[in-house]
Design a protein around this ligand. Structure first.
Ligand SMILES: C[S@@+](CC[C@H](N)C(=O)[O-])C[C@H]1O[C@@H](n2cnc3c(N)ncnc32)[C@H](O)[C@@H]1O
Length: 348
């Protein structure tokens, strides 16, 4: 699949974002479709600078990076969020980066029901159920929900061997969870028989997959006809204060891509290619942070932070501290997250 890219801009031109244009419809046809994420809400045009622009002196306090730099720089970054080698060997080589982000949620999210029990509560669980988790990360879900669930048989998979090993360690002490198999594999190519599982879980991972249609086809294939998929993901407003600070300091934010690739806005059409019934449940929550260091740790654990120059890191620190100061020492962060519950695998 070809990710959306800004067109090449000739050296005598500058790129400007002209917008907004309505995104084209997602065309999904069971079996044969290629997934095309909806277009970005800006489109790029190469224009010749007017001579008056070229001659005008630069403003003494041009914001750095400028909003235009951020828009232009953002396009190729999307590749990183679906680059399997980068994800396996760097971002998710082990749970360090993921844990930094989970820590912010654990410390500051306010919700009547915490995320993991809420997620598990989307469906009924019966004893002896055969469960598959893809992109399991550090296995934090099971440590969080096992006390509320009956006995279950669990297969854990992730692209990263380091993550699978960490998840094994997390699940090992759980007395009602029998770990039947673990495997480092790609959700787009699952090494399991058809109709092998009652429940499949894809928790905040389908936006990292190069071809989410293929992943959904695989998940549908390995589920029994009575099976159900929990596909958790984010909406367009998720952590927007953090995304904005990341753009301000580092020039871009990985959060900008998740909704377009597989999110609240796009997931239903993708899932409907292989499931007869799809429902979205929103997790009601919000976040109020009181320590800028926790926000900085969250941002630098992501792809933009890993790539940042020392100047960008300083710019990020300054932006976050200034934002806390402006807001009386706190940062209120919108959350926009939830889960698709997809049933009737094979149907569409
Ligand atoms: C954001 S983390 C979520 C981890 C865990 N589900 C959680 O919510 O804590 C995304 C996970 O998906 C894994 N992943 C990324 N691309 C994948 C793919 N194509 N197939 C399987 N796992 C993948 C990553 O290695 C990482 O562990």
């Amino acid at each position: 699949m070809n990710p959306v890219r800004a067109p090449e801009v000739p050296p005598d031109k500058i790129a400007v974002a002209v917008a907004p244009v309505p995104p084209p419809p997602v065309i999904v046809t069971a079996g044969t479709a290629k997934y095309e994420p909806p277009a970005v809400t800006e489109t790029f045009a190469a224009v010749t600078p007017k001579s008056s622009w070229a001659l005008a002196p630069l403003p003494p306090t041009l914001p750095s990076p400028s909003p235009l730099d951020a828009v232009v720089a953002m396009r190729p970054r999307e590749d990183l969020s679906i680059d399997k080698e980068y994800l396996r060997e760097s971002q998710y080589k082990d749970p360090t980066n993921l844990n930094a982000r989970i820590a912010l949620h654990t410390k500051y999210t306010q919700a009547d029901e915490p995320w993991y029990p809420w997620l598990a509560g989307r469906i009924e669980w019966s004893a002896g159920v055969e469960v598959l988790e893809v992109g399991c990360g550090s296995g934090a879900l099971w440590a969080g929900v096992a006390p509320f669930l009956p006995d279950l048989r669990l297969t854990l998979t992730d692209l990263s061997e380091g993550m699978v090993a960490a998840a094994e360690r997390a699940v090992e002490p759980l007395t009602n969870v029998e770990l039947t198999e673990t495997c480092a594999c790609d959700v787009q190519e699952l090494p399991f028989a058809d109709d092998a599982f009652d429940v499949a879980v894809a928790n905040h991972m389908l936006y990292h997959v190069p071809d989410p249609l293929l992943a959904v086809a695989e998940l549908s294939r390995v589920l029994r006809p009575s099976g159900v998929l929990l596909a958790a993901t984010n909406g367009p407003r998720h952590l927007e204060a953090i995304a904005e600070l990341s753009r301000q300091g580092l020039g871009w934010s990985p959060l900008d891509f998740s909704d377009r690739r597989f999110g609240k806005s796009t997931g239903e059409a993708i899932l409907a290619s292989r499931f007869g019934s799809v429902r979205w449940d929103q997790h009601p929550s919000t976040m109020v942070c009181t320590n800028p260091d926790d926000v900085i740790a969250f941002i630098v654990s992501g792809a933009a932070g890993q790539e940042a120059t020392p100047d960008q890191r300083r710019a990020l620190d300054d932006a976050v501290v200034a934002r806390f100061q402006q807001n009386g020492g706190v940062l209120r962060i919108t959350t926009d997250t939830g889960c698709f519950v997809a049933r009737e695998p094979g149907g569409s």
